[in-house]
Design a protein around this ligand. Sequence first.
Ligand SMILES: C[S@@+](CC[C@H](N)C(=O)[O-])C[C@H]1O[C@@H](n2cnc3c(N)ncnc32)[C@H](O)[C@@H]1O
Length: 152
Amino acid sequence: MTSSVEDHGVGWSSLWDSGESDLWDRGKASPALVDIIEHESDLINPLNQNGSRKKAIVPGCGRGYDVVMLALHGFDAYGLEISETAVKEAEAYALAQIKSPSAYHFRSGEHRQGSRGSATFLKGDFFSSDWAFTEDIGGSTKFDLAYDYTVS
Ligand SMILES: C[S@@+](CC[C@H](N)C(=O)[O-])C[C@H]1O[C@@H](n2cnc3c(N)ncnc32)[C@H](O)[C@@H]1O
């Protein structure tokens, strides 16, 4: 029996639709990414030299934990998801967390003051380029940082 890449997308979407995201959902941002973003802040500065925000993308972002964490650290962060349900859950999660962030977004467990970027979620297949030509991604397909944790 063979299965195509398109079938994988349908498979992921049906897992989201049937409420089975707890199979992989660890419920918080990746601790190693939080570490790098805070520890290597000279190397991974969220701002360009002219003060504009850098753009980050997380393909297969699930509920959007890493997207929100990056936004809280000053990036304009984008999450890409093949599942419409995941996009909706991520949008609801981001709305609540940007207002009142959980401790796990910060290395010290404490909320760091600083300006926040935005968290935007897009529905699309990472392996197709369609999503890269929507206006939702701020007019340019260039990203400064990409982070993938088990997209597929
Ligand atoms: C194992 S989960 C990891 C989710 C998230 N990175 C996390 O750490 O919670 C993989 C996610 O990637 C999404 N996904 C799988 N294939 C994809 C594709 N081709 N394009 C976009 N998203 C995809 C799934 O819907 C699922 O939410």
